[in-house]
Design a protein around this ligand. Structure first.
Ligand SMILES: CC(C)(COP(=O)(O)OP(=O)(O)OC[C@H]1O[C@@H](n2cnc3c(N)ncnc32)[C@H](O)[C@@H]1OP(=O)(O)O)[C@@H](O)C(=O)NCCC(=O)NCCS
Length: 375
């Protein structure tokens, strides 16, 4: 690489944070000091949202009040449902981006940029994003959106609004775990993009719209969908070896492997691996887990180069086992990541400095200007 360049901002430390700690060499992830493994085993997505947005794990009454605020904010303004109807044939990520943007026009705090108002907007968006995704899915299938139910958890409500039927406890548990594991991850591309927007002192909704657009790309949010396509293409564990050998010989990347930060196994992956195994056995698609574990074995030689499975590798099979369509995989990532985006934006506002790097110009210099009729 040319001297003085930090292409892709690889290894550049942008700022300080108290939101999450990642040790990529050791494969460690903490949310506000708590191990992702403890949170995955003992906590819930709602608790983690509260932890990220408010800085500490909630006491019982605080969690109850937070649940009630999410419940009170889940329904969308009818005008936003109209917007979703207008763009219903677009990709769900484009619909999510458009509807999240439209929400700002109806947010009671839109002109208030105080910390308190930004926390209210963060909680509101956390509550509203699943409703957008579910309402759009219903509308594109020719049905009316389903109203949320106050007594259901965040994950249960999402599945209920999506499918118009009470989800199974296993489905709710898997969805909740998936949201929790995706909730925050440092200066990943979408959170960084959100920080760039916030650093101009633009508003919280604009920063979130930036993040949604950035998450959409296959190198960031789209890997789970690509992995599931690969799993179905392989079809049988006995065909995995050939498939991977052919892909690597063609210098193609294997989706769900590698990470900009981790040079060890992504600590979130083990929880999705276990969910994929358990759900596969219960719901009668054991072959997906078998294919994935075979691919993991085939990729073992790459571990010496720091390439291990990432969180998305087993996530796609979990979504597919829950019967979720592939084009909802990235929007589901966004629903999980919204508290992390908001937390990063709040941190940016609190200690703001305009993010504005430089580019090294490598084009021609001092060209003579030629009038248009002489070119
Ligand atoms: C995530 C990702 C973009 C990180 O990329 P990065 O930090 O910029 O690393 P690079 O793209 O520079 O890759 C470094 C080397 O590892 C190889 N590599 C990285 N990921 C690979 C993969 N999934 N399969 C095969 N080889 C891979 C690259 O080919 C490169 O090899 P080279 O040095 O011989 O050219 C990359 O690993 C990737 O494309 N993974 C697949 C997509 C994915 O799963 N994304 C979800 C991330 S959570």
């Amino acid at each position: 690489m040319e001297a003085g360049l930090a292409r892709g901002l690889k290894d550049v430390v942008l700022d300080t944070t108290q939101s999450s700690f990642i040790d990529g060499e050791a494969g460690i992830l903490l949310y506000r000091g708590y191990s992702i493994h403890d949170l995955a085993q003992h906590s819930t997505f709602e608790e983690v949202c509260y932890l990220l947005l408010h800085g500490a794990l909630p006491k019982e009454p605080e969690l109850q009040a937070f649940h009630e605020r999410l419940t009170g904010n889940r329904e969308l303004p009818p005008q936003v449902i109209d917007v979703i109807r207008l763009v219903k044939d677009a990709h769900p990520m484009d619909v999510l981006r458009t509807a999240a943007s439209a929400l700002s026009a109806f947010d009671p705090d839109v002109e208030d940029h105080s910390r308190e108002a930004n926390i209210r907007k963060s909680e509101r968006l956390t509550a509203q994003l699943p409703t957008i995704v579910a309402a759009h899915h219903r509308i594109r299938q020719g049905h009316d959106p389903v109203k949320p139910r106050a007594e259901l958890s965040h994950a249960a409500n999402f599945l209920y609004m999506l499918e118009a039927k009470e989800p199974s406890p296993e489905a709710v548990e898997a969805m909740d775990l998936d949201f929790l594991l995706h909730a925050e991850h440092g200066a990943n591309a979408s959170a960084f993009a959100a920080r760039v927007t916030a650093s101009t002192l633009s508003d919280l909704h604009s920063s979130i719209v930036t993040a949604i657009g950035t998450l959409k790309g296959p190198l960031h949010g789209g890997a789970a969908e690509a992995v599931q396509k690969m799993t179905e293409e392989i079809g049988d564990p006995s065909r995995a070896d050939d498939y991977i050998t052919r892909k690597l010989a063609n210098h193609e990347r294997i989706m769900g492997f590698g990470h900009r930060v981790y040079r060890a196994e992504d600590p979130r992956a083990r929880h999705m691996r276990e969910k994929s195994r358990v759900l596969g056995e219960k719901l009668g698609h054991k072959e997906w887990y078998q294919i994935l574990t075979q691919v993991e074995k085939d990729m073992a030689p790459y571990q010496s180069r720091g390439i291990f499975v990432n969180v998305d590798f087993y996530a796609g099979s979990v979504y597919a086992l829950l019967g979720l369509p592939e084009d909802l995989f990235v929007p589901i990532f966004a629903i999980g990541r919204i508290p992390g985006w908001c937390t990063e934006i709040l941190e940016q506002y609190e200690n703001n400095m305009l993010i504005r790097p430089l580019l090294k110009y490598v084009g021609p210099m001092n060209l003579p200007f030629v009038p248009i009729d002489q070119r």
